[in-house]
Design a protein around this ligand. Structure first.
Ligand code: IMP
Length: 182
């Protein structure tokens, strides 16, 4: 249940997100200066706010697409990622940039990377706003990372807790939320 009184402690303020995203966009633009076709793939839903702010500052032309994953619930092997929505654009020959909100165990990006590589793109690079490196179970080569954060559950700027908090303009940690288990 949504608890309007839950306190969210700010971990990364909006201004810091904005400044870091400008740096990432500049780096991505530089690295793709020679690209013929850059396809930016946002992983729904968590990456949407980050992706919107990022692409506005990328200076080479991009094509936008989205995919969505879900992981199988408890009782099954952890790390089994199921594709709920595939990209619609062809990836063959393209430079693909997968944009994710957070890398935790690594299984989501590992699965997407393997899937997209089979479509014979020219390159696949991974960009994440947040990296919880301590939680990693499987290796993923992250090309662009906004912030490394400790192993704690964060919300805001696209990241949710039971579908809430995505609209916050900053990254935060929910405090005093004992009534709020989604
Ligand atoms: P991974 O497959 O374990 O790397 O998990 C990636 C996905 O788990 C992210 O795209 C998020 O949807 C979700 N996730 C992992 N950690 C958090 C968190 O701290 N807050 C919100 N969502 C998270």
């Amino acid at each position: 249940m949504w608890n309007a009184n839950a306190r969210v402690r700010v971990l990364i303020p909006a201004e810091a997100l904005s400044a870091r995203i400008s740096e990432l966009a500049a780096e991505i633009s530089r690295d793709h200066a020679q690209t013929e076709r850059l396809v930016v793939v946002g992983v729904l839903k968590g990456s949407v706010l980050f992706l919107a702010d990022l692409v506005k500052q990328i200076t080479v032309p991009v094509e936008l697409d989205f995919c969505q994953t879900a992981s199988y619930g408890s009782g099954q092997e952890p790390g089994e990622i199921h594709l709920k929505k595939d990209v619609e654009l062809p990836l063959r020959g393209a430079d693909v940039l997968v944009v994710e909100d957070i890398v935790d165990t690594g299984w989501t990006l590992r699965t997407l990377l393997d899937l997209f590589r089979h479509r014979r793109p020219r390159s696949v690079r991974l960009c994440t706003l947040l990296d919880k490196a301590e939680a990693r179970e499987v290796e993923v080569p992250i090309d662009y990372c906004g912030f490394r954060i400790p192993r704690q559950f964060v919300v805001g700027y696209g990241l949710d807790w039971g579908e809430r908090y995505r609209q916050l303009p900053y990254i935060g940690v929910v405090e005093s939320a004992s009534e709020e288990i989604p």
